[in-house]
Design a protein around this ligand. Structure first.
Ligand SMILES: Cc1cc2nc3c(=O)[nH]c(=O)nc-3n(C[C@H](O)[C@H](O)[C@H](O)COP(=O)(O)OP(=O)(O)OC[C@H]3O[C@@H](n4cnc5c(N)ncnc54)[C@H](O)[C@@H]3O)c2cc1C
Length: 429
């Protein structure tokens, strides 16, 4: 029986270890806790939620709810622990984080297929099947080792601009066209007149921002400033920056223009170009909805700026989460470019599937983008490698469906769960 080394016993590493062990694989699970803690980890148990204690909604109205249902059908042990340690939070799955970490750690310790090694890993042996799941706060020496393997430094900062649902924008208040390219149609432009810009500007500079943690108070990259910081430098800075109203073939130029760019091939998700931001989510919705075309926009992802290590997945990963140039090395969790607690658990489970397939312990049947698991996995390899940013699960990642608007999500959920139930037959065999 082959052995797998897993580095990092966080959400992804724990799920991956428990899933592989369940399939009879011997796992050596390394974590630097408790000898060495990342700046955000404090609990000596594994699978620690470092910030909020919620794993978001369980409702099938939301993609995150569907992802949980898929994980549940595939017997995710980490999700099972979360449910056992749930605290009252309406339709959200919030947990007692201490009990949750304890519960997962107990499962790992009790499993005879899992050997736990408390050690910081700083070197990777390319000849061993290894899953690296050391998360957004991967220790510095291991980050250097990953750089050696890929040839490119890990990214150390998220600079996320919000993404909106393409169906939710008011197209009558937009025009299509690229700056300085008469034939271009890559951008959807949202014009503002002088009064609209003034109202937007004033709301933006006075809006509430997220308070950064001490270890995150690094300087912003000059080339990647939050939009509110740019705006604060002067009333017209945005009009000479991401909102400049020049280069279009319109007869009368607007006063300012916000550009939207396709985030995925399907064109269901649109990115607010140059609008990386550190405003609170509530404020992002309030302020950005002042752009007339975005009045009723549905935000699929909010912007964020925080410390986060991740690899450029579309450049370095195969669709099976292993490195293109070192097939034995798999990457799971936030480090692979998914974003969020539940997504990291999902990535751990997906990685277990890919490792089992790699070891020829399981048929090579993969999940399609009709499912949240398949859609997350697909995002990592189909996103633009020149502008890759981590992503949490949202409906825009899944294949669209033809159905009346009011039943669309139900139909998408039904379609996903049918496929997951089929897949379960292979997974539990
Ligand atoms: C400050 C911060 C706050 C966040 N808040 C939220 C939130 O509120 N909600 C949300 O959904 N997501 C949040 N995230 C994003 C993400 O969902 C979590 O970070 C999630 O825990 C990632 O899971 P993971 O398994 O990839 O990594 P982790 O859960 O971080 O697990 C990684 C493990 O690897 C170990 N490790 C690191 N380096 C080494 C090494 N060299 N050798 C051995 N072990 C090592 C660590 O000790 C840790 O146990 C946050 C991220 C950060 C950085």
């Amino acid at each position: 029986m082959k052995e797998v080394k897993i580095i990092g016993a966080g959400l992804a590493g724990s799920e991956c270890a428990l899933s592989l062990a369940k399939h009879g694989v011997k796992v050596k699970l390394y974590d630097m806790k408790p000898q060495k803690m990342s700046p955000a980890h404090h609990n000596e148990n594994f699978c620690e939620l470092v910030c909020s204690n919620t794993m978001k909604s369980t409702s099938l109205e939301y993609a995150t709810g569907l992802l949980k249902e898929e994980l549940s059908i595939l017997d995710s042990e980490v999700l099972k622990s979360a449910k056992e340690c749930a605290v009252d939070a309406g339709d959200a799955l919030a947990v007692d984080r201490v009990l949750f970490a304890e519960s997962v750690t107990q499962k790992l310790k009790a499993n005879t297929n899992i050997e736990i090694i408390h050690e910081e890993v700083t070197k990777i042996d390319e000849n061993e099947i290894t899953v690296i799941a050391t998360g957004p706060l991967t220790s510095d020496d291991l980050a250097k080792e990953i750089t050696r393997l890929t040839g490119q430094q890990l990214y150390f900062y998220d600079a996320l601009a919000p993404i909106v649902d393409a169906e939710s924008i008011d197209k009558s208040k937009t025009f299509v066209g690229d700056r300085w390219n008469d034939d271009g149609d890559s951008y959807i432009n949202c014009p503002l007149d002088e009064n609209e810009y003034k109202a937007f500007y004033e709301a933006l500079v006075s809006a509430e921002r997220v308070k950064l943690k001490d270890f995150e108070q690094e300087k912003n990259f000059e080339g990647c400033l939050p939009v509110e910081v740019m705006a604060q430098r002067g009333y017209d800075v945005l009009r000479f920056g991401p909102m400049k109203p020049v280069g279009f073939k319109q007869e009368k130029m607007p006063y300012a223009v916000l550009q939207l760019r396709k985030e995925n091939n399907l064109g269901t998700m649109l990115n607010l170009v140059g609008f990386q931001t550190n405003l609170t989510y509530k404020e992002q919705k309030r302020v950005f909805s002042l752009v007339p075309a975005l009045k009723n926009a549905k935000f699929l992802r909010f912007g964020a700026m925080h410390r986060n290590s991740f690899i450029n997945a579309p450049k370095f990963l195969n669709s099976t989460q292993n490195l293109k140039n070192h097939q034995n090395i798999f990457i799971a969790g936030q480090l692979s470019g998914v974003e969020g607690y539940t997504e990291s658990v999902a990535s751990g489970l997906l990685c277990a599937i890919f490792v089992l397939q790699y070891m020829q312990e399981m048929p090579k049947v993969n999940l399609s983008i009709n499912t949240c698991l398949g859609a997350l996995s697909n995002y990592l390899v189909s996103a633009n490698e020149n502008n890759f940013q981590p992503m949490h699960i949202n409906w825009g990642l899944l294949a669209p469906i033809i159905a009346p608007k009011n039943t669309k999500r139900q139909e998408m959920a039904k379609r996903a769960l049918t496929e997951i139930k089929e897949f379960k037959k292979i997974w539990t065999n």
